[in-house]
Design a protein around this ligand. Sequence first.
Ligand code: TMP
Ligand code: ASP
Length: 237
Amino acid sequence: MNKTGVLYAGKAKTVHTTEDPELLVLEFRNDTSAFDGEKIEQLERKGQVNNEFNAFIMQALQQAGINTHFVKALSPTESLVRNMKMIPVECVVRNRAAGSLVRRLGVAEGEILDPPVFEFFLKDDARHDPMINESHIATFGWATAAEVTRMKELTLAVNAVLKKLFADGGLLLVDYKLEFGRFNGEILLGDEFSPDGCRLWDAQTLEKMDKDRFRQDLGHVIESYEEVGRRIGVQFS
Ligand code: TMP
Ligand code: ASP
């Protein structure tokens, strides 16, 4: 599938148009950003590691019956996806307390959250992705009530599949962020699932193995992403 132009360049990925208006190419770059783009660095091999990690997870989710935009990997750093109308809302599920939940509510990092916490954030870096609720989504028309219900349902279905997949690799899925889009009247999972958009801790030592290593300058960022991948069965090229 030939790329015909750049549709959008995000912080870590570039979205290319193709000859088919229903398909896009996602190019995973080495750029790594945190704090809504305040901290940006290039990490060698990150584009490839996240593209291959994401392809593995998207395929696992498809096999579990969760429809995603993913079509196939095209190269070490590129994947073909369906061209969706993105919903500007981020869906976050938390199985353990970490990150902004700890800062907002003062709960202890690592506290088990049962039932898991579900949160919506508005995708708006300039405003630091403010937390929103269903009332904001309805009033401002970001998604319909049926779409909100579907996004919650799919986000929690992903939790069941991925908690188990990571647990089998000796990892705790602490939290994660998903984005959805519309395609032919259906809501599909979009964006990516990689250690850039979730928290994963070693189940025994509770060592952080995700983008918090970059945010908190803990070192060995990509090595940890690869270790997570290897533990769940990703075959890196
Ligand atoms: P938070 O603790 O910063 O609110 O993030 C919760 C989870 O969602 C964490 O795994 C990081 C992910 N996330 C993103 O990847 N991008 C975002 O813009 C936000 C708000 C969260
Ligand atoms: N993904 C956001 C950013 O790149 C937030 C974060 O990961 O800290 O800035």
